[in-house]
Design a protein around this ligand. Structure first.
Ligand code: ASP
Length: 427
């Protein structure tokens, strides 16, 4: 039988087919050659296919994290080592997110995409903001507090049953505790449970690999949705804003993170990116770092050769709290909105933007558009109108795809760095 091309090629082909069908259809409809109903229908079916794939991935997230983390903790044995790894991971996550925000702030101050933006055009194209976007945010303090509360599940089984959003933090917390106590109990029981979790983890990995084979089709569906679903006109009015976000993301993804991978993790960034390609492309197409998590874990362990001990801890945590791309995007978007409204933010206000964008990115769930929803926290902190979010929703999908890929790339870089740093202490 003839062998199929490697998975990342298949995914790339899926993406290409989605874009090659969706974009021309959109242009033809724009020019009146075909009914606008056509791209809408195609987008609808594309999203349906993509959603099926995302559902399958969501299905395995909770058991995968649970078995993987317990296996990781029991394998590491030393709780002290685990604490050290946790601290380093969090320091790394906060530092890279801050670096991303500073990059975004510098660019948005240099390019100034909002100055002279045609508010009339923007407002005409603005989408109504769902009430959920405007509610439920109590500002910076409550974002942190909620995140802390989210750590402790009132019912771990309910958390395991609902892994689509922040309950992932609760799953991580419970799995860590469970693993730690398996080690503490030790003896015959500890051994039995360790063996059982090792076995369950093997099965979950195998199931994951099976589902991942469907990635090219799922990714094609999402690309169809993204390419056919939006009129092109709106992109023109927000071109400078989008360009600023793209440049910031590109600098972070192609310079800052690779430098860390090369200097601290001592890995060739090019080879590392190749190893992570299936996960990065899936993140790009699905715009969900939670959904991509099973692929990220598989790529990092099986292609990049990073240990389960590190990946099982660093990656699920990263998919939930480490979102460099989202943080950068929020800082740029808020300054763009301020510029468009003609209210330049002072340096002190920009510092507030930086810190609240960091918190908002930590609080954002790894699902599509979560970053935009959390932006309300940042807008509120500097007194900008909350419904300004509506102005930029129209182009959010494309930016979301890019920032999600950067989010996953940053998680992967963290895993490589932490593996290296923790290994050094052992040897
Ligand atoms: N979609 C992003 C993610 O899953 C979050 C965001 O909306 O920025 O990582």
């Amino acid at each position: 039988m003839k062998q199929l091309p490697a998975l990342h090629w298949q995914i790339l082909i899926g993406m290409f087919i989605g874009a090659a069908v969706g974009l021309p259809l959109n242009i033809l409809a724009d020019q009146g050659h075909v009914s606008p109903e056509w791209p809408r229908q195609v987008a609808f079916y594309g999203k349906a296919i993509g959603d099926l794939f995302l559902r399958l991935l969501s299905m395995i997230i909770a058991p995968l994290i649970f078995t993987s983390l317990v296996t990781g903790v029991t394998a590491s044995g030393s709780l002290e080592g685990l604490g050290r790894m946790g601290l380093r991971t969090i320091v790394f996550y906060i530092s890279t997110s801050m670096a991303a925000i500073v990059t975004g702030l510098i660019l948005v101050n240099l390019i100034r995409p909002g100055v002279g933006a045609d508010m009339a055009v923007l407002q005409a194209g603005a989408e109504p903001v769902a009430p959920a976007v405007l509610e439920g945010d109590g500002g910076v303090g409550s974002t942190l507090w909620n995140q802390l509360l989210n750590l402790i599940p009132p019912n771990p089984f309910a958390a395991l049953a609902d892994p689509t959003n922040r309950s992932i933090l609760a799953v991580i917390f419970f799995s860590l505790l469970f693993g730690i106590f398996v080690v503490r109990v030790g003896g015959e029981h500890g051994k039995r449970l360790t063996d059982a979790f090792n076995a369950a983890f093997e099965v979950m990995m195998s199931l994951t690999m099976f589902i991942i084979r469907l990635a090219p089709v799922g990714v094609m569906g999402f690309m169809l949705y993204a390419a056919a679903g939006r009129g092109l006109g709106v992109f023109a009015s927000l071109a400078w804003y989008m360009l600023t976000v793209f440049c910031g993301l590109a600098i972070h993804a192609c310079i800052t993170l690779p430098m860390l991978a090369a200097l601290i993790a001592r890995r060739s960034p090019r080879q590392f990116a190749r190893d992570m390609a299936p996960a990065l492309m899936t993140a790009f197409s699905t715009a969900s770092s939670n959904g991509t998590l099973p692929l990220t874990m598989t790529c990092i362990e099986q292609r990049a050769g990073i240990s389960n001990r590190v990946s099982s801890f660093v990656l699920p945590l990263g998919a939930t709290i480490n979102m460099d791309g989202t943080a950068l995007y929020e800082a740029v978007a808020v300054l763009f909105i301020a510029q468009a409204y003609g209210s330049e933010l002072t340096l002190a206000q920009q510092v507030i933007v930086a810190f609240t964008a960091l918190l908002a990115s930590i609080g954002a769930a790894g699902i599509p558009h979560a970053g935009t929803v959390m932006m309300v926290v940042v807008l509120r902190a500097v007194g900008l109108p909350l419904d300004a979010v509506g102005l930029i929703l129209a182009v959010d999908r494309v930016l979301d795809m890019c920032r999600t890929a950067v989010n996953v790339w940053s998680d992967a870089t963290a895993a490589a760095v932490i593996e290296r740093v923790c290994q050094k202490r052992v040897t």
